[in-house]
Design a protein around this ligand. Structure first.
Ligand code: CMP
Length: 480
């Protein structure tokens, strides 16, 4: 069978030919038909001319309908050609109704010039009221449809969510009666225009970058900076995730069983958000697997208390000893001394952008970068300026520790960074056993002070020569 749209021109032509033929026959055999009607005693009902007039009106009415259809096709075909999209169904229907009514009235007045149409309309007030009451809902829908078309809050192809029932789907059609949406279960739902006009409607326009939120969680032992980075990179490559805006991953809650996150991403085609959400979750699972991250699920953990030094992580003592022995100023220390220093050091972890040390604060410890990177920043004309970047194995904070003066610069983590803190008393033990360390440290401090003196807004305290520094450090630590 041919599709309906291909049959249409044929049907249209056949119908037009039949109507024209009938009209021709009516005119050609007018006399015969008229006398036939009189003979058949139908004149008692109405005059033969009136009956033939009504027949003509009927045929011309069908012809008017066909003409209006053809006009509709031409006018809105031109509209589509010019604008590149279909005119709304409601507009097409209103056009057809008005054109047909106009044509029909014209035909009526030509066929029945003696009938006063004006009187017919004015004397039919009661009829109008009855009709109005009967059509109350229909007219309500019709006018709500007109106001929807005038406002144009959404268009065919947009995804909308309507009312308290949160009916969601892609708009397929807006008619004079209802909005037709196709849900994501492929059901067609019709929402009356008048009900839609009263309900809140959430619109996700087709040509807009609409966002979605997908939730996931991790164990408390997994680093947030790592989880955020891993998920952002995994999600941005998924199909239908817009390349125009980078997805945003953020912590939304520190919950009972884990850290809860949300990832916000933007879609190229919002109508496919179900599939894309699913793909995003799948990508997160695989990315977690590769990066050694873990999803949290409700668990009850029984902790057996063990006295451990706060800040010292269990099980990585070897790595800390290795790190400290690679720091150049600790090179002269024996293996036992390095192990003792490692034992007394405390590990701290900082998020990207966090401040480890603030200029001007008092300080009684120094730090070694165990993992990650930090920047040394001073204020120049009121703005932070980086004077150095320190990476794994570098140390900082020694100036305040060895001289007792306030911190000379800000230290800011550039990425997730783990530092080992060595406190004053641990350093004193090291100095007592290795007095020659003081000399090498005083050289480093003097060099760093030199850099600061040229870059910072404010003076960084007294400027010592290495020799002066040496005696200041010795004094501070009570060394001979
Ligand atoms: P402190 O003054 O205790 O705190 C800020 C730290 O920044 C300082 O010790 C040094 O360890 C470090 N610092 C200051 N200037 C420099 C520099 N030019 N290069 C590297 N580190 C520096």
């Amino acid at each position: 069978m041919k599709p309906r749209s291909q049959n249409k021109p044929l049907l249209f032509t056949v119908a037009t030919v039949i109507v024209l033929l009938a009209l021709y026959l009516l005119t050609a055999f007018y006399e015969q038909l008229s006398s036939l009607l009189s003979r058949a005693q139908m004149a008692g009902l109405a005059a033969p001319e009136t009956i033939i007039g009504v027949l003509r009106l009927f045929l011309l009415g069908i012809l008017a309908y066909l003409v209006v259809r053809a006009l509709n096709f031409l006018v809105f075909g031109l509209f589509r050609f010019r604008r590149g999209f279909d005119a709304p169904t409601l507009v097409r229907n209103i056009f057809s109704i008005l054109a047909f009514t106009g044509l029909f009235l014209l035909i009526f007045m030509v066929l029945f010039p003696k009938v006063n149409l004006g009187a017919l309309f004015t004397t039919s007030a009661i009829f109008g009221v009855i009709l109005g009451l009967a059509l109350q809902d229909t007219l309500g829908n019709f006018f709500a449809g007109i106001s929807l078309q005038a406002d144009r809050p959404f268009q065919v192809g947009d995804v909308i969510t309507v009312g308290a029932l949160r009916l969601t789907g892609v708009v397929e059609e807006i008619t004079w009666r209802a909005i037709k949406i196709r849900t994501f279960q492929n059901h067609v739902v019709l929402i009356n225009n008048s009900s839609a006009a009263k309900e809140p409607i959430e619109v996700c326009p087709r040509d807009n970058l609409n966002a979605r939120l997908v939730y996931f969680n991790t164990l408390y032992t997994d680093s947030p900076a790592k989880a955020i980075h891993v998920v952002r990179e995994a999600v941005r490559e998924a199909d239908n995730v817009s390349q125009k805006i980078t997805p945003i991953v953020r912590i939304r809650n520190l919950a009972d069983s884990g850290v809860e996150y949300e990832v916000k991403y933007w879609l190229d085609d919002y109508a496919r958000y179900n599939d894309t959400d699913a793909l995003v979750r799948q990508r997160i699972w695989y990315a977690f697997r590769r990066a050694g991250l873990n999803f949290a699920y409700p668990t009850r953990t029984l902790l057996v208390e063990r006295k451990v030094k706060p800040g010292v992580r269990d099980g990585d003592g070897g790595a800390i000893i290795e790190r400290l022995s690679a720091v150049d100023i600790f090179a002269p220390l024996s293996a036992e001394e390095t192990a003792m220093l490692a034992q007394s050091s405390m590990s701290h972890i900082f998020a990207p952008g966090e401040t480890v040390i603030r200029a001007g604060d008092p300080g009684s410890s120094m730090f070694v970068v165990h993992n990650g990177r930090v920047s040394v920043q001073v204020n120049e004309n009121g703005k932070p300026r980086t004077v150095a970047t320190l990476t794994e194995g570098d140390f900082f904070g020694e100036m305040a520790l060895f001289t007792g003066e306030p911190r000379t610069a800000n230290i800011v983590a550039l990425e997730e960074t783990e530092v080992l803190e060595i406190r004053h008393d641990s350093m004193k033990q090291v100095f007592d056993a290795n007095p020659e360390l003081v000399a090498s440290l005083s050289h480093i401090i003097a060099e760093r002070r030199q850099v600061l003196a040229t870059k910072a807004d404010t003076s960084t305290g007294e400027t010592y020569e290495p020799a002066g520094l040496l005696s200041a450090i010795k004094r501070f630590f009570g060394l001979n």
